[in-house]
Ligand binder design. Structure first.
Ligand SMILES: Nc1ncnc2c1ncn2[C@@H]1O[C@H](COP(=O)(O)OP(=O)(O)OP(=O)(O)O)[C@@H](O)[C@H]1O
Length: 683
């Protein structure tokens, strides 16, 4: 049995634990493959690991084979290393276009159903008035035509009734229209707010691997412009659409009451208009999606440059970033221009078409009048009603563009709302604090990052961290040290092997509990939030009292410098903590990790960015923090690792040496060489 994974258009596979035997040996059996597509293969396939029959393994091994995954055709071929490579049916482009998810949209809309219903009723009321208005206008014209030759005193009297009727209809129609627009605006705002919250919640729950592959700018864009686009389209389309559709329906009834024959003529040409509109609409939708993707790409470039402005400044890369941004913006501008042209041509054509309908109506209506089958008032009523239909249809044609934009923006939002992470945030076992010992062990872990499948960062890696002891991992850059920490935090799951905490596979444990309570993590460049120091420390334990914050800061050697600031713990640290020095930031981060009193502490090169003086202060804080905890130290500097109970040397994802500082020095191997090189650099 194998585990298949779908990364983008490509699916790769690795052997599941205990099934590393060659596939060839099983060639006589029917093979059952568990497959789970990570994205794009449709919701059913994304949901869970599902068994997929591959047919006879012989066919599977002989050459390209077909299997069905989530209802889609997938090609399968073995490479020389017996790895199965699976490709999606090329013609189907399954990953290319996110689809608008009506079921999810319904969930967002459901709470607003009453308001929507009330708005529809008001719009319906306005539509009923639309049936009446042309008829009364016809009445008015008939009165006027009675007095064209001779004006008498009865004129005003005869006019009074239809005029009063019309005025009250107009007033009532205005009232009803405002009413439903207010209601629809409320519905739009609330749906958009819910959409934003749902998307943000979904994004925050995605796997770390998801963020490895996606740009922050693009994600932020979905939260901001895409939701905004969807909201304005929704409001405009529903408000105007409802009005136009009800007006068209109402006017058609009055048209029918006035002249069934003329109305029949209109009905014949209508389907052509609608069919053509739908066809051009789908073309515009594709254009709009590409244009929006390009805007997101440009935002991504700007976001990266502005977010890392210090690096840009330090390398004097302002001009290059400006050029990159301007290339992307120009592309998006061109795409939007093409889209604008498409919409304009569409609108122009529909206007010509609609005007021709009016012309045809006058032509045919005139001939009916000549045959005495229609009065002047009737033709007037018919024209007014036909004009209203024309106006409403024209606004519907404008709405097509908006519908196109709204649906593609919505599809992009739903794409991430629907995405389910592989590692869920909650669910699973929690070890009670008093029985948590803190023994960690990695057993035969093999791992490659999802963005680089096949490139194994850890190979058959085993390591035990005894409780209350400090274990240091050293080794060359890129050797996989930080990856060990990432696996312990369960940012990723191993491809093979497992990580255990107190003998329990961490995949069985509640990830939120594991990261939030059991493990404290301090990295080389801790990121603080742009709020007060107090809130930053409290981030480690929401709801902690002020006293707990002070105690954690004291433990982290941070209390002194914090109190020396004029605003003490209420000092705002600026975005990402830019207003603090490296050492100060690091100590606040230590306090943030310590406040949750974790049983295990991971220090990922926590002092390597500091100068010697700051390092001493921070190291003292770390030494104090390490007491009574299991500590995993990832470090380059000798000073940080010398005191560790066990030092492990990692090279290309494998443990090549392990022992205490003196034992490893005496051994004269990799570690001794590392130390020798470091000592040379210091000289
Ligand atoms: N998120 C990621 N996605 C894909 N590959 C990654 C990712 N993070 C690290 N890698 C790769 O994994 C390998 C090990 O990286 P890791 O950060 O664990 O090394 P390290 O020993 O901690 O290095 P250093 O001492 O330089 O920090 C490297 O080849 C790196 O390029």
């Amino acid at each position: 049995m194998m585990i298949l994974r779908c990364i983008g258009m490509r699916i790769w596979c690795s052997h599941a634990p205990g099934t590393s035997g060659s596939l060839a040996r099983r060639s006589h059996q029917a093979l059952c493959v568990y497959a789970r597509a990570q994205n794009g293969l449709g919701r059913a396939a994304q949901r869970a690991w599902r068994p997929v029959r591959v047919g006879q393994a012989v066919a599977f091994l002989m050459g390209p084979a077909l299997l069905s995954l989530g209802g889609h055709v997938v090609y399968c071929q073995l490479d020389l290393n017996n790895n199965a490579n699976l490709f999606l049916e090329p013609k189907k482009k399954l990953h290319a276009e996110p689809q608008f998810n009506w079921r999810e949209f319904w969930k967002l809309l459901r709470p607003q159903l009453w308001a929507l219903l009330a708005a529809s009723l008001l719009a319906f009321g306005a539509a009923i008035l639309n049936i009446q208005i042309p008829l009364v206008l016809g009445e008015l014209v008939n009165v006027v035509s009675r007095y064209t030759r001779e004006y008498t005193g009865r004129y005003l009297q005869d006019m009074q009734k239809p005029v009063m009727k019309l005025l009250s209809f107009y007033a009532l129609q205005g009232l009803l229209t405002s009413g439903y627009i207010v209601l629809l605006s409320r519905v739009g705002e609330r749906v958009a707010a819910r959409m934003r919250k749902t998307l943000f919640k979904s994004l925050l729950r995605q796997d770390v691997a998801f963020f490895d592959a996606k740009k922050t700018g693009m994600l932020v864009n979905r939260l901001t412009s895409d939701v905004q686009e969807f909201k304005s389209s929704f409001k405009q389309v529903v408000a105007q659409g409802l009005r136009s559709v009800t007006q068209i329906a109402g006017c058609f009834i009055s048209l029918y009451l006035i002249s069934p024959r003329l109305t029949g003529l209109l009905v014949v040409v209508m389907p052509t208009l609608v069919g053509g509109g739908a066809l051009i609409g789908s073309l515009l939708r594709r254009l709009s999606r590409h244009a929006q993707e390009q805007v997101a790409k440009a935002t991504g470039v700007a976001d990266e440059a502005l977010g890392n402005v210090r690096t840009v400044r330090a390398f004097a890369m302002e001009d290059r970033e400006e050029e990159l941004y301007s290339i992307e913006v120009d592309k998006s501008c061109q795409m939007n221009e093409v889209l604008g042209m498409g919409i304009a041509v569409f609108q122009g054509l529909s206007n010509v078409f609609l005007n021709c309908i009016v012309l045809g109506t006058i032509f045919t209506g005139g001939s009916l009048m000549a045959k005495n089958k229609l009065s002047a008032g009737d033709l007037m009523s018919f024209l007014v009603a036909a004009q209203t239909v024309q106006r409403s249809m024209a606004s519907i044609s404008v709405l097509f563009g908006q519908v196109v934009r709204g649906l593609s923006a919505g599809a992009r939002v739903f794409e991430f709302i629907m995405l389910e992470p592989q590692v869920f945030l909650h669910g699973g076992k929690k070890i009670p604090f008093h029985s948590l010992v803190g023994q960690v062990s990695f057993q035969n872990v093999t791992f490659s990052y999802p963005t680089r499948p096949g490139d194994e960062v850890l190979k058959n890696f085993s390591l035990t961290l005894p409780p209350f002891k400090t274990v240091a991992i050293v080794g060359q850059s890129g050797g996989g040290k930080s990856t060990v920490a990432a696996l312990l935090e369960r940012f990723y799951d191993p491809n093979q092997g497992a990580v255990f905490l107190d003998g329990v596979d961490i995949r069985m444990l509640d990830p939120s509990w594991l990261r939030g309570q059991a493990i404290g993590f301090i990295s080389q460049e801790p990121v603080l939030f742009g709020t007060t120091i107090m809130e930053n420390i409290r981030f480690g334990k929401p709801g902690a009292s002020d006293e707990e914050v002070y105690a954690a800061a004291e433990q982290a050697n941070a209390d002194g410098f914090i109190r020396s600031f004029p605003e003490g713990y209420s000092t705002v640290v600026g975005e990402r903590g830019v207003t603090l020095s490296g050492g100060q930031k690091q100590r606040v981060a230590i306090a943030r990790a310590l406040i949750k009193n974790p049983r295990i502490l991971i220090l990922d090169e926590a002092t390597s960015a500091l100068d010697a003086e700051s390092e001493q202060v921070v190291q003292a804080a770390l030494d104090r923090a390490a007491t009574g905890r299991t500590v995993l130290v990832i470090a380059h500097r000798l000073s940080t690792i010398m005191g560790a109970d066990l030092i492990v040397v990692l090279s290309q994802g494998r443990v090549v040496e392990a022992g205490t500082h003196s034992a490893l020095l005496n051994k004269g191997g990799f570690y001794a060489e590392l130390i020798r090189r470091q000592a040379k650099e210091l000289k």
